[in-house]
Write a protein that binds this ligand. Sequence first.
Ligand code: CAA
Ligand code: NAI
Length: 243
Amino acid sequence: MRLNNKVAIITGAANGIGYAAAERFIEEGASVFIADFDDKAGNLAAQQLGENAVFIQVDVASRESVKQLVTAVIEQAGRIDILVNNAGITRDAMLTKMTEDQFQQVLDVNLTGVFHCTQEVIPYMVAAGEGKIINTSSVSGVYGNVGQTNYAATKAAIVGMTKTWAKELGRKGINVNAVAPGFTETDMVKKMPENILAQMRSIVPLQRLGTPRDIANAYLFLASEEASYVHGHTLHVDGAIMM
Ligand code: CAA
Ligand code: NAI
């Protein structure tokens, strides 16, 4: 049991990769707070995952909502050992067609949301003298991707924030790392035109998309003591799509 008695917040855990991570963390002994905007899927996820899963509705883009989340977790669990900043959205459009709204919405969730969650959780980790922060980047942020000006910008920013927080928080006993998934079988990729997705799949040397559990296993490694000397790193879990 690699996460025995650990308390984790996983944002965006009602669906997709976050749900798989909640399931994986619970298998390894953790209690997980599913922090998600999606009320219906969040309640269902908590029901499916059993007594070690609690759903709390949150909009990570809202500072007030994140404050309420963290207060509720501290009231219920007394501490926060692990934060996985997994919630994310896409609003894809070519640069020439992208609206101000599409640009801003993605920044609000994928970038400002990560800032909010980490800033609100950090005081508790600093007081405890330990903690694990795991951020979610993307193959799009590392290599760029057609139609994703907004999204790629946020996912590249995650790499920079991860390194900065590793420098600021390492001496407080807090590990900070990121995972950069490749194209992974979730609702997010289901929105892509099938021909483009097929093209992406065909250039992966492993000749398949990632599964949510592939990514969840990377989160698990970074959340475990086995990764205690891995710091400021972005782990690519993408089947070597761009190698
Ligand atoms: N590579 C090369 N060219 C591409 C391309 C690609 N990946 N995607 C689109 N194009 C080309 C098209 O072939 C087309 O070329 P022509 O003008 O010569 O015909 C041109 O770009 C415009 O494309 P569309 O006709 O599709 O333009 P559109 O305005 O109708 O739609 C779009 C644009 C919304 C970006 C649409 O192409 C799309 O959804 N593409 C997929 C974007 C994508 O990969 N998103 C990833 C989602 S999953 C995710 O985000 C997870 C993660 O972290 C990876
Ligand atoms: P998904 O769409 O299946 O799940 C995302 C979850 O985030 C949903 O449950 C949604 O309700 C939640 N969410 C959205 N906005 C929110 C908000 N404002 N506050 C709280 N929760 C919110 O997506 P998926 O694929 O599971 O993505 C998880 C993470 O992995 C995202 O950060 C995504 O950018 C990243 N990623 C995904 C890849 C893929 O191919 N699926 C590839 C690379 C990165």
